[in-house]
Design a protein. Structure first.
Length: 260
C-alpha cells in the first residue's frame, strides 16, 4: 500500500514510497507505505477494524472524563450534576465539530490535489506525444508521393500534435499509432528508416502511457467525486466551492496496443 507510479522499463505501474523524478508526484512521500503478503482488501479491512476499536476506547474514555468533570464542577460551583454534564458535552461537541470540519476539508484538499497531479501526468505524456508526432510528420512529408491519403494522414497527425488535456477530456484526441502504421503499409520504404521506426515505436509506447495516465486520472477523479458527493463531506465541499472533476473520454488509447 503506497504511491502508485509509472515504471520506466515497461508500460505499467509500481507501488513505491515516493513519486518518480520528472513527474508531477516528484518529491511526494507516502504517509502510509506497507509491504505485505496479504492483498489490499485484507490490509485495509484490518486497519479499519483497528480504527473501530480505537474509536470505542476513545468513547469510553470520553464518557469517564465527562462524568468525572461534571462531578468536579458540581462540587466546586454547586451546579446541578445534569447541568454541569450538559455544559461539558456541549463544549465538546462544538470543539469536535470544528476539528472534524478541518479534518474533512484537509482530506478533500488532498484528494483534489491528487486529481491535479494525475492531470499533470497526462499533460506530460501529451507533450511528449506532440513532440513525437511532429517528428514523424517531418519524416513523412519528405516522401516524394503526396497523394490525398497521405495528405489526410499528415493533417490528422498535425491536428493531434496540438491537442491538450482539455481536448483529451472531451474525447477529441484519437490514437495516432494506427495512422502511422497505415502510412508504413502504404510506403514500405519507411520500414528501412531507423529514425522513423524508432519514432513509431516511441509513439506506440507513449500512447500506452497516455492510456495508463488516463486510467489513473479517472480512478482518482472517481474517488474524489464520490467523496464530495456523500453527506456530511458534501457540505464542506459546497462551502469550499469544490466541484466534481470531469473524466477523460479518450477511449481510442489502449493500454496494450499491438506494436507495429
Amino acid at each position: 500500500v503506497g504511491y502508485a507510479r509509472e515504471r520506466e522499463d515497461i508500460v505499467d505501474v509500481e507501488i513505491a514510497r515516493g513519486g518518480r523524478k520528472g513527474t508531477a508526484t516528484e518529491g511526494a512521500v507516502a504517509r502510509h507505505f506497507l509491504i505485505s503478503t496479504r492483498d489490499e482488501s485484507a490490509v485495509t479491512s484490518g486497519q479499519g477494524m483497528a480504527g473501530w476499536i480505537y474509536a470505542l476506547l476513545g468513547m469510553l474514555s470520553l464518557g469517564a472524563f465527562f462524568a468525572v468533570g461534571a462531578e468536579l464542577v458540581h462540587a466546586r460551583w454547586q451546579l446541578p450534576f445534569p447541568a454541569a454534564l450538559a455544559i461539558g458535552v456541549s463544549g465538546f461537541l462544538v470543539l469536535f465539530g470544528s476539528v472534524w470540519s478541518v479534518m474533512i476539508y484537509n482530506e478533500l484538499v488532498d484528494l483534489r490535489n491528487r486529481v491535479i497531479r494525475a492531470a499533470a501526468n497526462v499533460d506530460v505524456q501529451l507533450k511528449r506525444r506532440a513532440d513525437l508526432v511532429r517528428s514523424l510528420v517531418a519524416v513523412v512529408i519528405g516522401l516524394r508521393d503526396h497523394e490525398a491519403q497521405l495528405q489526410r494522414a499528415v493533417a490528422f497527425l498535425r491536428g493531434q500534435s496540438l491537442l491538450e488535456s482539455r481536448e483529451l477530456a472531451s474525447g477529441k484526441a484519437k490514437a495516432a499509432a494506427a495512422t502511422v502504421s497505415a502510412i508504413v503499409e502504404g510506403y514500405p520504404e519507411l520500414k528501412s528508416s531507423s529514425v522513423f521506426i524508432g519514432l513509431q515505436q516511441s509513439l506506440t509506447s507513449c500512447e500506452q502511457r497516455i492510456a495508463l495516465a488516463r486510467d489513473e486520472f479517472n480512478g482518482t477523479a472517481a474517488g474524489y467525486n464520490a467523496r464530495i458527493a456523500v453527506f456530511p463531506a458534501r457540505i464542506i465541499a459546497r462551502i469550499a466551492a469544490m466541484h466534481p472533476a470531469n473524466f477523460f473520454q479518450a477511449e481510442s488509447f489502449a493500454r496494450h496496443a499491438p506494436r507495429a
